[in-house]
Every structure is written in structure tokens, then in C-alpha cells.
Design a protein around this ligand. Structure first.
Ligand SMILES: N[C@H](CCC[C@H](N)C(=O)O)C(=O)O
Length: 292
């Protein structure tokens, strides 16, 4: 089997993505390759989106998602937009159906270049998020950071977009909170048996919010698409906003629409940076200019 496969370094609002073309192959990108690529100056990424063939009827490709720590994830909104843009430019097609660990996703590239991904339906049941304890009201669970009598962050809304999310609500600037310090503590809190993505959200008005995220398996990122979905849905289900919300992330805005059919549709950009070839077993790579 050819040792090297094509890849593209891309980003979705600054969320660093490496799209790897594994079509026609029976192997998979290894955790070792992911960790090696993540440490590269030009290839440093938050997620790898590996495109695989699939026999599933009605599905174009299976997408294997790896975080920079080598762990696999069920969903990656920003990465999925990058995959759509890469495939649209290769095939001329504008809409695609993918299989991820979260389920079947439909996505399309619009005439203006923005890309919409149907991220599926939100999950609110404590045991499916999952949480280690039974909570019937997952709009605010007993979890806090800081002194018992004056917590710095507390009572998050928790849910799943295929991957687990905790949203802490603040009334002041989302940058006023030390997410770099609190993120890893909360990501690895025993209440989250599969860890969790940790976000700080500030509602601006009924259709706007600010969001910062410490991502599971990564750390601070400039954007997290599934967190934007989770925050918008959580804000709506707690009557903080309507069902269509612009989520302002450090890297830029995403439009989230929690539709009447309960599906959550995220719309935003994707950006290509450079291409090359990579060894999916070791992470060794060559830039396109070197390959040509
Ligand atoms: N770190 C996440 C996966 C990537 C999420 C994010 N990059 C997105 O755009 O949704 C997790 O382990 O659940």
C-alpha cells in the first residue's frame, strides 16, 4: 500500500484542521501519527478529519475524527465544513452525506462559499451525555470552580452534540475568566466519564452570544463548532435566546439554527492553507511544493 496519502491543512474560523484522504485504503490514521503531526509547526492542528470510503447506503464517506492528543471524537463542526470545502473543490458537488461516530450528517456548500452542516439532534439525558451521576435537569447541574461560598464558575448547562459539552454562563466578558486554568480541571472532572468540552458563554441579546471553549483532547481553540451548537441550544432551552443564534467565537461568528425538526444546523466558513502528502502511520509529511 502506498505509504503516503494526500492531506490539506485548513481551518474553520481558526480551528486548525488537517483533512487526510484515506479513500481506497483499509488502514486508519494512527494516534501516533496524530501526535507527531500535531507537534509540527506548519501541521499543528486541533483535529484531523480523515476521509474514508463507506458501504453505507446513501452515505458518501465516513469521517474519522482525531483530537491532537490522539483521542477520537464523535463530532467536529469546523472540521466537517473543511471536509465539505475540500470535496466540493475536488468534485464540483455541493452537498454531501457523511457518517461519523455521532451519526449521519448532511452538509452543503452555498453559492457564497459558506457551508452548512446539519449536526444532528441534541441529547440532554444525563446518561447519554454522559454524566457519572443522575441529573434530571441538565440545564444546570451542581458543578463549580472556586471557593464554595464564592464560586468563579458554577451551574453549567450540559448536553451532547454527539460529543459532551458543559456551558458555563457569565454576565461579564468571556475573556475575564481563566479558562486556561479551569479548562483542564473541568475537562477531566469525574462527573464527565468521557471528559467534556468546556465553554464560557455570555448572552448578548436574544440572537447573539459570545463563546470561548477549552476543547476535550486539545485545549483552548479559536473556535469550536459543536460547542457553538451546544451553547446556542442550551441558551434557547433556558430561554436566554431564540432558536437562531449568532455565536461569536474568538475566530469569528457561526450561525446556529435549532430547527423545528430538532436538528441543529451550523453555518460558517472554511479556509484552505496548503496541501501535501502524509504517512498515516507515522505522521511524516511533505508539503505539495516538495512533492511536485
Ligand atoms: N474536541 C472535540 C472534537 C472537536 C470539536 C470542535 N473542534 C468542533 O468544531 O466541533 C471533542 O473531543 O469532543
Amino acid at each position: 500500500m502506498e505509504p503516503m496519502v494526500p492531506f490539506a491543512k485548513m481551518n474553520g474560523l481558526g480551528n486548525d484542521i488537517v483533512v487526510i484522504d484515506m479513500r481506497g485504503r483499509s488502514d486508519a490514521v494512527t494516534a501516533e501519527a496524530a501526535i507527531a503531526l500535531a507537534s509540527g509547526e506548519r501541521t499543528g492542528f486541533d483535529q484531523i478529519m480523515a476521509i474514508h470510503d463507506t458501504e453505507i447506503h446513501g452515505v458518501d464517506y465516513r469521517i474519522d475524527i482525531l483530537n491532537r492528543d490522539g483521542t477520537r471524537a464523535q463530532a467536529c463542526g469546523n472540521g466537517t465544513r473543511c471536509v465539505v470545502q475540500a470535496l466540493a473543490s475536488e468534485t464540483g458537488r455541493k452537498s454531501f452525506t457523511f457518517k461519523t461516530l455521532a451519526g449521519i450528517l448532511n452538509a452543503e456548500e452555498h453559492e457564497d462559499g459558506l457551508i452548512s452542516v446539519d449536526m444532528g439532534v441534541p441529547e440532554f439525558r444525563w446518561d447519554r451525555i454522559p454524566l457519572a451521576e443522575e441529573f434530571f435537569d441538565t440545564t444546570r447541574i451542581e458543578l463549580q470552580i472556586g471557593p464554595i461560598d464564592a464560586p468563579l464558575l458554577h451551574s453549567p448547562s450540559v448536553m451532547s452534540m454527539g460529543n459532551p459539552h458543559a456551558i458555563f454562563w457569565v454576565k461579564d466578558d468571556v475573556w475575564a475568566h481563566d479558562l486556561e486554568r479551569f479548562g483542564p480541571l473541568l475537562e477531566n472532572h469525574p462527573i464527565f466519564p468521557e471528559r467534556a468540552n468546556i465553554s464560557i458563554a455570555r448572552v448578548i441579546d436574544a440572537s447573539t452570544m459570545d463563546l470561548r471553549t477549552w476543547e476535550r483532547g486539545v485545549g483552548l481553540t479559536r473556535a469550536c463548532g459543536s460547542a457553538a451548537c451546544a451553547a446556542a441550544v442550551s441558551a434557547s432551552r433556558t430561554d436566554r435566546t431564540g432558536r437562531v443564534v449568532t455565536v461569536n467565537l474568538p475566530g469569528g461568528p457561526l450561525k446556529i439554527d435549532w430547527r423545528a425538526n430538532n436538528h441543529v444546523v451550523m453555518t460558517g466558513p472554511a479556509e484552505w492553507e496548503f496541501s501535501g502528502r502524509v504517512n498515516p502511520a507515522t505522521g511524516g509529511w511533505l508539503a505539495e511544493e516538495a512533492v511536485a
